[in-house]
Write a protein of this length. Sequence first.
Length: 328
Amino acid sequence: MADNKKIVERMTQLQNQLKTWAKEYYEQDQPTVQDYEYDALYAELVALEAEHPELVMADSITQKVGGLVSSQLKKVTHTTPMLSLSNAFNKEDLIQFDERIKKAVHGSYRYMVELKIDGLAINLRYEEGQLVQGSTRGDGTVGEDITNNLKTIKDIPHQLNEPLSLEVRGECYMPKQSFITLNETREAEGQNVFANPRNAAAGSLRQLNSEITASRNLSTFIYTLANPAAIGVKSQHDSLNRLDVFGFATNHERQLCETIDDVWTYIESFTDQRHNLPYEIDGIVIKVDDFMTQEEIGYTVKAPKWAIAYKFPAEEAETIIRDIEWTV
Ligand code: NAD
């Protein structure tokens, strides 16, 4: 009992710290810590909750998609939830993920492996080929209407090649060069600079004035159809090919992998190569390719069980781990 008290106190301490950082990151677009520091505490909380499921708090940060809905922007209720992704930090985590998939699936499966673009999730809705609404992920259930802002982004089609009614999801990001130029200009004008391209993208998209968004040179990579069955698409690799045909910008650094070892080889090839990309990635996303198999595997309240995000290790310059001591 006494031990449980200590564990609950530590869990509360972790929740409070993570919620403060999440507020800075999602609400203010001004994080005060690096992602790996957030991820380390989050992983500690996940491990404690897995060991003590009876102590999981109803409002735990692990049970909700992070993000917020600004009261200044119109709200949009998503047709299907926009979820987060569970994390893997090393090969062992990936092997364990693969073991879980093997157990859940009757038959063979393969993985679609994609770059994890470090930006902001967006949803685009088309009616008869016409872009009618664009929104942020928000809290996963309700997002913010940013249609006019998204319409200023050059690679988002206003009109599809076919008169289809569909919804797509992807990542809006700020290319590295746009980020450098923006911060140089802001510095010269005596304004606060953005901490990184992800926060600059978020700050640029969630604007009341779409002229500001237009001036920020944002781009997108679209990676999901919200309802693929409606247009007869059966797998993630097929989805990406169809999104290309429809006229969306998709990321062509992607690969179908037969085994988790092949996935690891792909990850290793990108660990250094990522620095040469003109945009930032914070990991590699591994998804079971076949949609029927995905449904067989299912979801947690926060993330699909059929996918995982491998996060790159912190760079050397960042590896002075902040000492967040047990104070209980
Ligand atoms: P996440 O960003 O780790 O993963 C989910 C998101 O990945 C999706 O919503 C989607 O937007 C994105 N994504 C990019 N490429 C994708 C692809 N090819 N396929 C599918 N999805 C793709 O999860 P999250 O819940 O959005 O954010 C949590 C993360 O944010 C944490 O792991 C942490 O690193 C960071 N964070 C940092 C701080 C901080 O203070 N530094 C605070 C809160 C959160």
